[in-house]
Design a protein around this ligand. Sequence first.
Ligand code: ADP
Length: 442
Amino acid sequence: MRAIFPWLPVPLATVGLTVWFLGGNWPQVLAAAVIAAVSAATIGIAATRRLEQRADALAAAARGEMPSATLPVLADDPDDPARLARQVQATAKTAHETGRQLEMLRAVVDGMSEGLWITSPDGNVIEHNTALKEMLFSVTELVGRPSSQLINSRELEDAVLRACRENASSRLEVSIEGLLPRVLAVQVSPLGRELAGSAAVFQDVTELQRLEKVRKDFVANVSHELRTPITAIRGYAETLKSGALADATAAPKMVDIIYRQSERLSELVEDLLELSRIDAKQIQLTPRPVDVSQAAQRASETIRPKASAKAIGVEIAVPPGLSAQADERAIEQVLLNLLDNAVKYTQSGGKVRVTAVPKNGEIEIAVKDTGAGIEAKHLPRIFERFYRVDKGRSRDMGGTGLGLSIVKNLVGLMRGDVRVESRPGEGSTFFVELPAAHPEPK
Ligand code: ADP
């Protein structure tokens, strides 16, 4: 508004001079000049006011506070503020929409379990997601660093450059050394025709490969374990068939071996079936209060003939009334497997003792023997399937290498834990912890 006042002398002087030329006297000149100035000022103020209102409306529309549709459009004026406002609003809306989509994309990319990086055409990382940083255990900034500096792999470096320069995609596996060695499967792709650079997606396949190795080892072990008794059975049966049957001294021995090997085969198949039922979660455990002393007594009855044959004393020293929250059949099988091992790996004349104590809401059962003991280096592995300290000895004793693995799985299913303490020459003690049974409400 203030901009009008400096211009007021212009109409004032023009009208005054015109009246004076036309022969007007001073009062007439003055009156005409004042009227002209007042009119000009009024028109000017009105026009400025209107312009200011439109500018305010335009600013409000641009800020999105006022719909541009409410601004009138002058059809013949391409510079009309309302058109401008609509244009500004449309651009702002597109920018807002793009921003929202980018935000959504960022959330998806950061939520991925796979790692992701985007590189510039020269192979420097320009973007990455959270998973990649975690996968590389990196605490420093990744952006701006050459991809080859983040993962030391010539193959990956070549794949990134091929994607950037030749638009070629590659799939490869890279191994990362260090405290926690890992294997990553990587898919490297070019960004696209119009965008120079590459993108790589990383998947941690370490666990997958470990499980695949466990599966392969298991199949190989099973085949080997089955082959040994089958070979013996077939060999002795063939020898008998081709004449040894008539040998009154050798024949009964051979038949005896065939019988023992077939027993071993059936034990192996039983153990394998039990493990496969556990793995397939086909075992229905019914946890209920089980009297530990009675369960231990029943398991020891089964083992007693074997123990007596080796003159091994089996003592059950579990106080009566101790109840574990467990499945009756499972707890008995656990104790039977531990007692069987204790007798198997204890020399003639040795001792086996079962005790139990309540401990922090659990019942801790201990199966202790005076046997050969186990070297410390084997202790962390003896619960693995088919792991044996002495393969030959285990087989001679009729072991399958699966007993402790079954124990561990069954105890786990009963929400318990199993551990071992042993020293060579000092015997072994296996501890089983099971939840204590809650007293039955009366
Ligand atoms: P196995 O059928 O061979 O006994 P297990 O899974 O029951 O298989 O036991 C795994 C290995 O742990 C055995 O081969 C043996 O070397 C060792 N082991 C288990 N229990 C005892 C024990 N009480 N004393 C000494 N060694 C044992």
